[in-house]
Design a protein around this ligand. Sequence first.
Ligand code: NDP
Length: 327
Amino acid sequence: MSNAKTTKQNEDQVQNIVAVTCNKFAPLAEWTRLFEAAGANVRVVDIDDASIEVEDVAYALCFRPQPGRLAQFPNLQLIISLGAGVDHLTADPSLPDTVPIARMSTDQTRDQMADYVAWACLSLLRDVPRMMQAQAEHQWDHFSIGRTAHDCRVGILGLGAMGMSAATCLEKIGFQVKGWASRARPESAIACLWGEEGLQQLAAQSDILVCMLPSSPALSGIVDQSLFALMPRGAGIVNVARGEHVVIPDLLAALETGQLGGAVLDVTPQEPLPAGDPLWDHPRVIVTPHLASVVSMSAAVGHAHTLIGAVERRETPTHLFDRVKGY
Ligand code: NDP
């Protein structure tokens, strides 16, 4: 074996490869710079680079990789999702089922989500859809809503990392906040209901319902006509989870009758939302393009560096996706 080849093998042994999703907003050079700045002992490559040595890829930091691509890395030790949800990974039938998946969760992503949900709830409370319509029509539509955040009850479906961050922020603003999770949470600082009965109770007690649940077949369509009917007349809906959670025809029907007063949707069943979709022009709906919480490259690298460090020390990394629970 030549000296050059031995030296390369030694280098490869100390420098595991991390294969990263690159695009014009997140170029390879910037990922490389950030991993170097973090002091990570890894070689950074573009996950779509066909010339990379697939055996040397130990980590993938990715969002919606090409179906089948992750299965091509035989020595993959950890998949790090660039999103909090992992549905963009599990949708690939060839996803290696023995490689752990870590979810993106940083102070920044949780804070961004809290900011967005606070903005959405305040927008529904102050009837921003009405203000936007009046502005578009050049109408001086002066009105009073006669209530403050202290009078407004917000129900959060899903009191996980994001849900808890949003709930805490809403409470600080003055909203009355309760949550709903998969089990009783007597230790929770936010009152938490659970089960079918708990869901119905929460809907009946919520002026605004915020969906922050994970993607799962069991939770698809959970925010539907049956919940809207239980809510106080004129209530609001915020969806920052996944489009599949809210039944859009039911939402439109409830807005039509006035049972619902407004909705803020960061996620929709089809993304991007098709140009002809009625949600775009609905006077009671605010649509945003799935941007409630988008991790920055530097925060993603900081999170990845911590997770990779745990794997290298043979510790269990944090924020692992539980394949049995489905989130
Ligand atoms: P977590 O996994 O941390 O929390 C999920 C929560 O949902 C937990 O409280 C869990 O209950 C609850 N839950 C799960 N299954 C059920 C069930 N069957 N019945 C009742 N409650 C249930 O998720 P995150 O907080 O990190 O993320 C929440 C959502 O936000 C995800 O859908 C994610 O994709 C989305 N998201 C959206 C973004 C955007 O920009 N729009 C950005 C980031 C995330 P328990 O506590 O009992 O386990």
